[in-house]
Write a protein that binds this ligand. Structure first.
Ligand SMILES: C[S@@+](CC[C@H](N)C(=O)[O-])C[C@H]1O[C@@H](n2cnc3c(N)ncnc32)[C@H](O)[C@@H]1O
Length: 314
C-alpha cells in the first residue's frame, strides 16, 4: 500500500517554538512530507529563506511539489542532517535563525510495505531511510554476531529478552537466511514467554526500533547534527527538536543542558560581577512540551512526542 499522508506532530508548538522572523533563514532538517516546512514557508517574506533536508528521495519528490505551491523561497537538499554544515556551505548559508528536527520515520515510510519498517506488514527486511545506503536490516540480522545483536536490541530497543531473541536469530539463520519482517516477528514471538505476548503493545516493537536505529545510525546522526547547529545560530535563533523515544530525548536533553548551564555556577558568588560567566544559550521550555489529549486522539504518533527548544541569547 502506498500512502502520502503524514499528520505533522506538535505543529503549532514547533512553529511557535521557532519564533519565526519573516525575513529569517530557517532549516528543516527532517523535511518528510513538508508538514512543518509548509507552515514555516508561509510565514516568510521575499527575503526569508527555508533550507530543507531529507535523506529520502521519495519525501523530497513529494514535498518539492507541495512547497512549490506556496512560494519559491526554499531549497531542498538530499543529504543526512549529520552533514548539516556541508549542506549549509553548499547553499551559501552562514547564519541561521532556526533549526527544526522532527525525528524518526514519517507515516508514509512506515506504511509503505516495501520499506520494511513495520512489523504489521510482510516485507523484505530493509528499514533504510536512504535507499542508497548499503546497510539494511536484513544484513544486520543475517551477519551481526550474537553479541552485537544482543547489544543493539538491549541498547537501542531496551528489549528485556535481547539475548534470547539474538540467540534464536542466529539459530534460525544457520538453516536459511531471515529475509522478511514476518519471519523476524515469528522468531521474536517464539523467544518471549507467553505472559509477555499477552502484554499491551506489539512484541516486536522494541527489536524493530533497535534495527531501525542501527540501520540509519540515528542516534549518532542526531548527536553530530546538534553539535554542528549552534555555530550557525544568530542571536535569538532557536533549535527545536521533536523526539519520539527516550533514547533520542535523552540526547537532546543532555545537549541542551550542556549548552545552557555553566557548571559550577555557585563559584560565581565569589566573583566580581564583571567576571561572572553566563551561558550563550537558554532553554525556552523548562518542562518538555507534549501533545494535547486532543492531538493524541487525532494522531496516535503524537503520543510519545516530546518537544524541546534552545535559544542563542548572546
Ligand atoms: C517524522 S518525519 C518528518 C515529517 C515532517 N516534519 C512533516 O511534517 O511532514 C522525519 C523525516 O526525516 C527524515 N530523516 C530522519 N533522519 C534523517 C537524517 N539523519 N538525515 C536526513 N533526513 C532524515 C526521514 O527520512 C523522514 O522523511
Amino acid at each position: 500500500m502506498k500512502s502520502d499522508s503524514h499528520i505533522p506532530v506538535l505543529l503549532n508548538e514547533a512553529i511557535d517554538g521557532l519564533n519565526i522572523k519573516p525575513s529569517g533563514t530557517y532549516v528543516d532538517g527532517t523535511l518528510g512530507r513538508a508538514g512543518h516546512s509548509s507552515e514555516i514557508l508561509k510565514r516568510l517574506n521575499s527575503k526569508g529563506k527555508l533550507i530543507c533536508i531529507d535523506q529520502d528521495q521519495e519525501a523530497i519528490d513529494y514535498s518539492e511539489v507541495k512547497l512549490g505551491r506556496i512560494s519559491q523561497n526554499y531549497q531542498i537538499v538530499k543529504n543526512n542532517f549529520r552533514n548539516i554544515d556541508v549542506v549549509l556551505d553548499e547553499v551559501g548559508i552562514k547564519k541561521v535563525d532556526g533549526f527544526l528536527f522532527d525525528l524518526g520515520v514519517s507515516s508514509p515510510q512506515f506504511d509503505e510495505d516495501y520499506r520494511g519498517f513495520s512489523y504489521n506488514k510482510d516485507a523484505k527486511l530493509d528499514m533504510r531511510m536512504d535507499n542508497e545506503n548499503s546497510l539494511t536490516a536484513e544484513k544486520i540480522v543475517n551477519t551481526y554476531s550474537l553479541n552485537d545483536l544482543t547489544k543493539i536490541f538491549r541498547e537501542y530497543g531496551e528489549e528485556k529478552f535481547s539475548y534470547q531473541i539474538a540467540k534464536n536469530i542466529v539459530k534460525a539463520r544457520s538453516t536459511k537466511p531471515i529475509e522478511t519482517t514476518y519471519e523476524l516477528v515469528e522468531i521474536i514471538k517464539e523467544s518471549k514467554p507467553k505472559s509477555e505476548l499477552l502484554k499491551h503493545g506489539h512484541p516486536a516493537k522494541q527489536v524493530f526500533q533497535a534495527l531501525r536505529i542501527e540501520v540509519n545510525d540515528e542516534l549518532n546522526a542526531l548527536e553530530e547534527a546538534l553539535e554542528k547547529t549552534t555555530k550557525f545560530l544568530n542571536v535569538n535563533g532557536r533549535i527545536v527538536v521533536i523526539t519520539f523515544h527516550s533514547l533520542e530525548d535523552r540526547i537532546v536533553k543532555k545537549f541542551f543542558k550542556k549548552m545552557s548551564v555553566i557548571e559550577g555556577n555557585r563559584i560565581n558568588d565569589y566573583l566580581n560581577p564583571s567576571d561572572i560567566k553566563t551561558p550563550d544559550f537558554k532553554e525556552i521550555n523548562k518542562k518538555v512540551i507534549i501533545a494535547s489529549e486532543e492531538e493524541i486522539a487525532n494522531n496516535r504518533r503524537s503520543k510519545s512526542a516530546k518537544l524541546r527548544i534552545l535559544e542563542k541569547v548572546k
